[in-house]
Design a binder for this molecule. Structure first.
Ligand SMILES: [Zn+2]
Length: 187
């Protein structure tokens, strides 16, 4: 059985616990992204990338119609996003092949996270439109967030960008080999 992530049950010193009933995937998190100035354009749109560039952009899997990447501003360890390769805003714009690959990737991502991180549950969902809290409203994406009992104190914590960044690369290196195994079946 895989161990729980090291931050799963810790609260962060100096960071207040969230108010009861706070929204999951609230847009305030994306202020970090806007301010960071690291990304320009759409984070889900990319052409040919080498392995180093994929790691830098936290892309775990890039299939023909869909991709999986780590969320750079995660709510929890192992917070991944699944998106179509095509820059579209809503599920009703998906073509049949895209729908099939997206569904498959969401399912396989849950399986991989279950094996790698041993979560006790998941939040899986999409915010459609800025009014619904989407940080990147123009490119459809699903959030897959592993959950552990008692992780609420960790979820809103972004205490240190530097520490978080290191943690993200660790997560990438842990999960990337698991996604390599599904490449053949989907691409
Ligand atoms: Zn895009």
């Amino acid at each position: 059985m895989a161990p729980a992530p090291r931050n799963a049950r810790k609260s962060s010193p100096g960071v207040a616990a969230p108010a009861a009933g706070h929204r999951l995937w609230a847009p305030w998190r994306y202020a970090y992204l806007r301010n960071a100035g690291k990304q320009s354009g759409c984070i889900f749109c990319f052409g040919a990338l080498d392995a180093g560039e994929r790691r830098e952009r936290l892309i775990l899997h890039a299939g023909k119609h869909a991709l999986v990447m780590l969320n750079a501003y995660p709510y929890n360890n192992g917070h991944l996003m699944v998106a179509p390769r095509r820059h579209i805003a809503a599920p009703d714009l998906l073509r049949r092949g895209e729908r099939a690959e997206l569904n498959e990737l969401v399912t396989r991502t849950i399986t991989i996270l279950r094996k790698a991180l041993n979560p006790e549950g998941f939040n899986v969902g999409a915010n459609l439109g800025r009014v619904a809290g989407a940080g990147f409203a123009d490119h459809l994406h699903w959030h897959i967030v592993p959950r552990w009992a008692g992780d609420n104190n960790f979820m809103p914590v972004l205490a240190s960008t530097r520490v978080l960044s290191q943690s993200l690369k660790d997560s990438y290196d842990q999960l990337h080999p698991l996604f390599k195994a599904i490449k053949a079946g989907l691409s």
